[in-house]
Write a protein that binds this ligand. Structure first.
Ligand code: ACO
Length: 321
């Protein structure tokens, strides 16, 4: 049997830090309101010259260096992003160019905040069938460019960054299972219009994130509870088999509810939310990278990744590291 094994991780965060106090000078909010409701204190904001592909390149180069592989051995690049450099070429093709790779295939995945899980799941399918040997998965987002900085309900949540993971074929267990889902009937609760497209141009809607946060919150908590059950059942495992929860970083209260469902303490959760905010499809890979880099995540441990985002989309990946 062929398994997908993690051989390297990488991450990148832009230099500029925007604090809750900075935001309280822009909109009617406060550090205490934001921190108590979300768990966020600061987030990073990309410089004008930065793009999803430029940030993806830095995160990818770190993952490649940590894996110690020749970039030419990468035969698939999947970039999860809702903030691509261009409508086309895909950000994955732009990343392929930046990395000087001319073989294999690159394409983007758009599943909002669940994008990294979707990309890992796709990579795993191609590795397991033998179609690919080494796949680079990246989540890269410049959320700051699609946030309405006058809307206090959303501008406090999001940040910019990129995370990367390299997966390669092995005869040893790695990714144990992935589970991905979507339900398009929730469009109105969380969406970002595209003003270039006729339907949004007619409505004169700007291209910024619209969210009914409270309603999203409730669906997210219930849905993530179900995906935890689905993942454990598919692998015949009990809650105590999981060493680390690596969640999409949207809100500490959502993450705490999932940890509770797993009977885990917050010490078993990799949290980056406080200093990074919600970096959409990058957040989970950035958290995974942080846990690997600082040595909390150790070889042989079992990691549950999960995410929920616009669509709605949601999913999980159970990984033997
Ligand atoms: N500062 C102060 N007050 C605020 C702020 C703010 N930044 N934002 C909203 N408020 C006010 C509201 O106006 C409201 O006031 P009112 O009662 O007078 O009307 C009050 O606070 C409560 O608002 P709620 O929206 O009910 O606040 P809630 O406790 O739900 O917290 C939050 C809001 C943090 C957005 C939360 O709902 C949340 O995290 N939702 C989930 C977000 C998420 O997971 N998104 C999915 C991923 S994103 C993606 O896929 C792109």
């Amino acid at each position: 049997m062929i398994w997908s094994n993690v051989i390297g991780t990488g991450g990148y965060l832009p230099a500029t830090v925007r604090s809750n106090d900075d935001l309280s000078r822009m909109v009617d909010t406060s550090d205490s309101w934001i921190y108590e409701r979300t768990g966020i204190k600061t987030r990073r904001i990309a410089a004008p010259e930065e793009t999803a592909s430029s940030m993806a390149e830095i995160a990818s180069r770190e993952a490649i260096a940590r894996a110690g592989i020749d970039p030419q051995s990468i035969d698939m690049i999947i970039v999860a992003t809702g903030t691509p450099d261009r409508v086309y070429p895909s950000t994955a093709c732009l990343l392929q160019q930046r990395l000087g790779i001319r073989n294999g295939v690159g394409f983007d995945v758009q599943a909002a905040c669940s994008g990294a899980i979707f990309a890992v799941s796709i990579a795993d399918q191609y590795i397991k069938t033998g179609f690919c040997k080494t796949v680079l998965v990246v989540g890269s987002e410049i959320c700051s460019r699609i946030v309405d900085w006058n809307d206090r309900a959303t501008c406090i949540l999001f940040g910019d960054g990129a995370g990367a993971v390299l997966l390669t074929a092995s005869d040893q267990p790695g990714i144990l299972s992935t589970h991905i889902h979507s339900d398009g009937s929730y469009e109105d609760l969380l969406y970002c219009p595209n003003p270039q497209v006729a339907i949004d141009a007619q409505k004169d809607e700007p291209g910024v994130i619209n969210m009914r946060g409270n309603e999203v919150f409730k669906v997210a908590v219930n849905t993530l509870g179900r995906i935890v059950d689905e993942t454990l059942a598919a692998n015949g495992l009990q809650q105590n088999a999981i060493d680390w929860l690596v969640p999409h970083q949207a809100n500490t209260r959502i993450i705490a509810a999932t940890a509770k469902k797993l009977g885990m303490t917050m010490d078993q959760v990799i949290l980056t939310l406080e200093t990074q905010g919600n970096t959409s499809s990058a957040s989970l890979l950035l958290a995974f990278h942080e846990g690997v880099r600082d040595g909390r995540i150790q070889p042989g441990q079992t990691i549950l990744m999960e995410a929920f985002g616009a669509g709605f989309t949601w999913g999980s990946a159970l990984i033997k590291y």
